[in-house]
Design a protein around this ligand. Structure first.
Ligand SMILES: Cc1cc2nc3c(=O)[nH]c(=O)nc-3n(C[C@H](O)[C@H](O)[C@H](O)COP(=O)(O)O)c2cc1C
Length: 183
């Protein structure tokens, strides 16, 4: 598959890392905002370990990248973690960053777009923005891990979300057993 993975400045850089780790064999274009890189530097020793075959971009606002045009045939995009700031930009059609424009393109082309938000609590603006994004065709898949598989490490806990993201991207995986064989 041809995928865009975007990291924005919400807490949860480990979600990006685990997703990148589980996309081997796919054409992955990875873009991170300035705030995403700052948060990753705080949360992960040395920041992300980006697999060597991943094509990397920094968020500069540039429109000279392939995935900001509908003519480029990407199949799906995940914004992980998704900040309230970026979701607000996309929900209101403000395409002034590379990531916001890319998300705008995935919506207009009716391609799969997944947001993995992390904020607590949500204010009414966050919730209205999420409703607008769902109405426009996006999937909101919050970074709300589950516990019924009894995860014992942070990676296992994070993977309860990554398994769902991979399912929605359409990427085969064996990260988690499927209910009712959850243990
Ligand atoms: C350490 C740190 C943690 C943050 N955590 C969150 C968060 O969990 N959720 C969120 O929506 N914003 C969070 N923010 C704020 C965003 O980084 C900020 O709104 C930023 O402008 C988002 O820009 P971006 O979407 O272009 O990355 C955090 C900022 C810092 C410095």
């Amino acid at each position: 598959m041809k995928l865009v993975i975007a990291a924005t400045g919400a807490s949860g850089a480990i979600y990006t890392q685990r997703l990148l780790d589980n996309l081997r064999g796919h054409e992955v274009h990875f873009i991170a905002s300035r705030h995403a890189r700052e948060v990753a530097a705080l949360e992960l020793t040395g920041g992300w370990r980006v697999p060597p075959d991943v094509i990397q971009y920094e968020e500069t606002g540039s429109m000279m990248v392939p995935f900001v045009s509908g003519s480029a045939q990407f199949e799906a995009m995940a914004v992980i973690p998704a900040s309230m700031g970026t979701m607000g930009r996309v929900a209101s059609g403000v395409s002034d960053t590379t990531i916001a424009r890319a998300a705008d393109v995935f919506l207009k082309e009716r391609r799969k777009l997944i947001f993995v938000p992390r904020e607590a609590p949500y204010n009414l603006i966050h919730l209205r923005n999420m409703a607008a994004l769902v109405e426009a065709g996006a999937v909101i898949l919050p970074a709300s891990p589950s516990f019924y598989s009894r995860p014992t490490t942070i990676e296992q806990l994070v993977d309860t979300i990554i398994a769902r993201v991979l399912d929605h991207l359409g990427v085969a995986h064996s990260l988690s057993k499927r209910w009712p064989n959850a243990e």
